[in-house]
Design a binder for this molecule. Sequence first.
Ligand code: KG4
Ligand code: ZN
Length: 330
Amino acid sequence: MILAFDTSCDDTSVACFVDSNNYSNIVSSQNEIHKKYGGIMPEMAARKHIENISYLTKEALDKIGVGLSDVDIVATTVGPGLLPSLLVGVSFAKGLAYANRKKILPINHIEGHLFAPFFDKKLTFPFMALIVSGGHTHLFLVKGIGRYELVGKTLDDAVGEAFDKVARILDIGYPGGPVIDKLSKTGNPNRFNIPMGLDKKKTLDFSFSGTKTFVKNLVNKHPNLSKTDIYDIAASFQKSSIDILWKKSLKACEEYNVDVLAVSGGVSANSYLRESFLNKSIKSGIKLLLPSKEMTTDNALMIAFVAHLKEEFATFDYNAVEANPRLKFY
Ligand code: KG4
Ligand code: ZN
């Protein structure tokens, strides 16, 4: 059994994994705390992780009726992320593993997202992975576990970051992704022709800063926007940014001759993404894999799942496990 922690950013998460039918995944969101600042306050996030992590661990164990003695491996996200936040999960995991003589396994947060779509599915290689979160918009050709080739990435903002910034410009709430997703349902996605970054270029890279600036200029020029205007801008922005994700993902699959696309990260929770990617993948003969909603945004179950895939690397070398906010993935 694997006990896993993720405190890379603002959510505290603890998971237990026995197999894909027997697991727990507890996520304590801090959105309410950071909402009033319009972004994450790292020191505050870390303090909340400290308050929560112990009882969330008990909750995760209790939920599937196991105790610490049943744990074989303790896994923890070691990076990338916010240093104060990472330190809490890493220190707690190390302390727990050491005190209970359990093996420990450090996990890269991005690798957690990458394999989340395969949680209850058969893992086959190669596949194209699109990781879309608050910090990443990356396309990887995945040839095996630990064999990742970067084929495209954002040159500026990550797509989730663009959602968050556009929501701030429109003053509609935090975090921006879920709010834009919700408001877009009543908006007209075809009213504004919002440019897609690097659309006409051959590259598989992305750019979202122009999209965000376009919205900013629109709002500056029209200070008295009605509710309908705002919903239409939200829906048009969402369509533009999600459509370019699909275009580049399909191009990547074609260029590298793979027919499986696995999409993950917070933005893969987006309802327009899930619906449009599914329709377009069927038409294009691509097998699309999406994580369950609970495994799209940050959670420890995805960390436990990677630990399960890499369990032969677990050791008793606690000193080798250290938080690294800029941990490399490729
Ligand atoms: O993977 P994640 O939880 O954390 C990072 O590792 O970054 O992703 C968070 C990002 C945020 O930018 C958030 O606005 C976005 O995912 N997000 C969404 C949705 N839910 C979360 N973006 C669009 N639509 C959503 N429904
Ligand atoms: Zn994440």
